[in-house]
Design a binder for this molecule. Structure first.
Ligand SMILES: Nc1ncnc2c1ncn2[C@@H]1O[C@H](COP(=O)(O)OP(=O)(O)OP(=O)(O)O)[C@@H](O)[C@H]1O
Ligand SMILES: O=C(O)C1=C[C@@H](O)[C@@H](O)[C@H](O)C1
Length: 302
């Protein structure tokens, strides 16, 4: 059975916090445990009807947990039953055009890739993956911050590319990518196997969100002294300057400023994750309906 087929048997699901395999990429010095894992067999599947099916690829074993756990949190994302229904309706319209292709969400740290991604995965009955979590699980450390500290940013980036490579052969996934995944051209080759969507959030809103939860889990924002908002804003501005063009490679752009203007809000803070998920579906629909031939020629996995 193909990976995509195994995943398609499952209802919308997410990756649990358990460690589900270890990975190290080829171009870095590997601890012994990682070398052993790289000899793992190509594909092995668990019983996808069970709540904890395991999907084994050449590089990592991905554990997919039951969707029922997830809905506990994501219920809070919807402001109203009507909003949730609208997202569901739009998903049903978009699904036939997607042809089981994956959705890759790109955007700066804190742009809502995980939050919006979970809503999309539930509505589309896709599985949800967070690529940062997969790298943590593959390396065997509990946070990206630890990976940066124990190894290096380059080591993290190599493993991130390997994770994206593995995911690129799968179907029916929503993937929240790491904020810096866009900087390596090879990652675009993998992500372009699916539909890439840029969550474009103003820097002030990003810095506000990140300051609210602290910068400890985000190593690139944690280096400078200062209050969390100011240091997050300063570093995000620099990163955004470097990466602006890279995010714009995405097939679809979801601008929170545009959604807020459309809905008559003065501030993007008034938008709910459901508003953003709905706009993402609208943008995905436009993209897939207008670019059917491009998509067909791009998809190499058949
Ligand atoms: N629309 C929103 N309005 C307000 N807060 C939000 C919104 N979407 C997400 N958040 C909050 O912003 C923070 C970052 O969200 P999330 O983890 O989804 O972003 P991310 O893009 O996956 O981040 P990272 O790439 O750093 O992992 C979380 O605390 C989340 O609750
Ligand atoms: O923007 C970035 O470069 C990063 C974003 C996070 O998601 C992590 O992938 C890591 O902290 C690097």
């Amino acid at each position: 059975m193909e990976v995509g087929a195994a995943l398609s048997l499952q209802s919308s699901s997410w990756i649990g916090p358990e460690k589900v395999g270890r990975r190290c990429s080829g171009s870095v010095r590997l601890p012994n445990r990682c070398l052993e894992e790289r000899r793992a067999p190509l594909v092995r599947f668990g019983d996808s009807r069970s709540a904890g099916a395991r999907i084994r690829t050449g590089h990592s074993e991905l554990k997919v947990s039951s969707c029922y756990k997830k809905s506990k949190g994501s219920d809070n994302f919807h402001n109203s039953f009507d909003e949730a229904l609208e997202v569901k309706r739009k998903s049903e319209e978009v699904l036939p055009y997607l042809n089981s292709r994956c959705i890759y969400l790109v955007g700066m740290m804190g742009s809502g890739k995980s939050t919006v991604g979970k809503i999309l995965s539930e509505a589309l009955r896709y599985s949800f993956f967070d690529s940062d979590k997969l790298v943590e699980q593959a390396v065997g450390l509990s946070s990206v911050a630890e990976i940066f500290k124990e190894y290096s940013e380059a080591f993290f980036r190599d493993n991130e590319s390997e994770v994206l490579k593995d995911l690129s052969s799968m179907r029916r996934l929503v993937v929240a990518t790491g904020g810096g995944a866009v900087i390596r051209p090879i990652n675009w080759k993998y992500m372009k196997q699916g539909i890439t969507v840029w969550l474009d959030v103003p820097l002030e809103a990003l810095a506000r969100r990140i300051a609210a939860v602290g910068t400890a889990s985000r190593p690139l924002l944690h280096q400078e002294p200062g209050d969390p908002y100011t240091k997050a804003f300063a570093k995000l501005s620099a990163l955004s300057e470097e990466r602006g063009e890279a995010y714009a490679n995405a097939d679809a752009r979801v601008s929170l400023e545009h959604i807020a203007a459309k809905k008559g809000h003065g501030d993007v803070a008034a938008l709910t994750p459901t508003d953003i998920a709905l706009e993402a579906l609208i943008k995905i629909e436009s993209y897939v309906t207008e670019n059917a031939s491009v998509l067909n020629s791009r998809y190499i996995h058949g």
